[in-house]
Design a protein around this ligand. Sequence first.
Ligand code: DAH
Length: 361
Amino acid sequence: MSETPIDEVAAGDLEALHERLEREAGEVSDRAGWEALRLAWLGRKRGRLKALMGRMKEIPPAERRAYGQAVNRLKQAVEARLEALAAALEDEAAAAARPALDVTLPGRRPRLGALHPVTRVSRAVEAIFTELGYSVAEGPEIEDEEHNFTLLNMPPGHPARDTQDTLFLDGGLLLRTHTSPVQIRTMRARIEQQGGGPPIRVICPGRVYRNDNDLRHSPMFHQVEGLAVAEGITLGDLKGTLEAFVKRLFRPDTGVRLRPSYFPFTEPSAEVDITCPFCAGSGEIDGAAACGTCSATGWIEILGSGMVDPRVLAACGVDPSRYSGFAFGLGLDRVAMIRYGIPNIRLLFDNDERLLRQVRG
Ligand code: DAH
C-alpha cells in the first residue's frame, strides 16, 4: 500500500484512484491496516495525494484548475472513507468487548396460562353452590352397573339403560354415563357416618362417558350432579334453588321453565330451560336478527332434574316416609359452550391454546 508514486498516480488517472481507494478500504480489518491506508493516501511525504499535488506544475495552465478540483474531490473521498472505516472498526471492537449476557436487559415475560373453559364453569358452579351450603363430592369414573343403573331405579333390562350409550369394561364395570351414581355413594356414605344422614346438600362435578361422537357430543364430557335431601323438601325448593343458581351463573334476569320429563331416578321429573342469555328470551338480537344461540326460541335447555324417587332414597337407607329430596344434572360443557359462544364441543378437547387465550377474558 505504500508503493508510491504508482501507475495511476503517474498517469494522473483519478477515476482509477477512486476505485483503488474502495478496493484497499475493503481489505482493512484492523486499526493497523487503517493506519497504513491513511499513510498511503494522506502521508505528508509519500502519500498519493501529496504526489498528485506535486504534479500540478506539469499540468498545462488551462487544465490546472479542473485538475486541482479533481484531486480535491479524491482527497475528500479518502478522508470520508477513512472516517467511516474508523467508525466501523470502533463498532466492531465495542461489539466484541460487550458481554454475551446483558444483565441490564428487561426480562422476558413468561406466557400466562389460562384455565380451561370447562374448569372455569365448574368452579363457578361450585362457588355458587358452596355459598348455598352445599359441599363438593367426587366419585369414581369407572363404575359398576349397580351404582350407575340399578340403585338409580334402572334394574337390569330397564329400557332407560339403552338410552345411555354405555362404554362397558370387563368384569361388570363400565365408564360412568352420568354423575348420578355419586348421589348414591354420597347418601350411603352419609347414612353410615355416626350421626350422618339428612340433611344432605352436595354437588358432584366430574367426567362422564358415552359412546357418542358428533358436533354436539363428545365421548367424554362433564356433568355436575346436585342433590338435596332433608325433611319437607318440595318441587318449589328445586325451582327456587335452580333459579337462584342460573341467575348467578348467567345473568340476574335469567328466567327458568320446568318442563315435565322422565328420568327413572326422579318422580316427578323435569327438564329445565333458561331464558337465552344472549337475547334475554326474546329470540331476537337487536330486535331484528334471529338469535342463533337459542334458534330464536328464547329458551335453552340446560339440565335435567326432579324429586328423588322414594325407591332411590330407600335403596340408600334414607327413610322416604320422613325425607324427600331433589336432584339435578347439568352438562358443564354445554354451559361453557353457551357462555363463551363455542359452536363445536370438540373445540373444547382439541387442546388448541388459542381457545384458552380467547376465553381468558
Ligand atoms: N343423569 C341424567 C343424565 O345424565 C341427568 C339428570 C337428570 C340428573 C335428572 C339428575 C336428575 O340428578 O334428577 O342424563
